[in-house]
Write a protein that binds this ligand. Sequence first.
Ligand SMILES: Nc1ncnc2c1ncn2[C@@H]1O[C@H](COP(=O)(O)OP(=O)(O)OP(=O)(O)O)[C@@H](O)[C@H]1O
Length: 237
Amino acid sequence: MERAIETRGLNYAFGSGPARTQVLFDVDLTIHRGEVIVLKGASGSGKTTLLTILACLRDMQDGQAMVLGEDLVGASAGLQVHIRRRLGFIFQAHNLHDALTALQNVRLGLELHGGKAKAQWRDAGEHLLGLLGLEDRVHYKPRNLSGGQKQRVAVARALIANPDIVFADEPTAALDAESGRIVIEMLKDLAEARGTTSLIVTHDERVVRMASRVLTMDQGRLVADETAEKTDEMEAG
Ligand SMILES: Nc1ncnc2c1ncn2[C@@H]1O[C@H](COP(=O)(O)OP(=O)(O)OP(=O)(O)O)[C@@H](O)[C@H]1O
């Protein structure tokens, strides 16, 4: 199976000199295409730090990491941008643009990519917003949307450009149970249909139960790696 993410001996520290605090220790991780993975662990255990390194939002310091076949060690700013174009981001602070409607905000997710033809993005954007239960909010501006609705717009924006890996940090925190389930189901459908990989940092037990694999961090180390039993299908081959 093709690898989406691979790390070996990854270490990371904040600060320098006497203020230096190491927050990631010797992280070894292999994630294949099409896996929907939850990363959990106590507050401060290093989940967000690991996520932002793998998402090329933070420079590597020590160890090895490959993302989508590209080496992050010594990666130039240009290479980091190239990798980031193949990623989707769903963060808690959804950062929607106030002056734009829901649909226009979703379009922003494409501007870095320039992938889809103009006529298509609109349909794709409306389709995604519809799947997320926002068909009657397509032309609303963020100030007229609830927190959970804004979060769903951010999900659509992250997915519009067909990313190879989706990085999500507490994507369901602002959502009710049903909306949260829909978002995770979408990520699972994309995994199935396109081999999209998702790495989801969450404390939400409902999300943990839906993941195909659950990684647990404790004080900067990966301490557990559990694969959910496949009950409804057999592994091909
Ligand atoms: N910019 C920073 N400067 C210094 N220390 C930081 C910085 N960002 C995070 N840390 C520290 O690194 C450690 C790991 O933080 P991180 O945000 O990765 O944890 P987390 O597992 O995502 O926590 P949470 O579940 O609360 O979001 C914590 O001790 C935190 O205080």
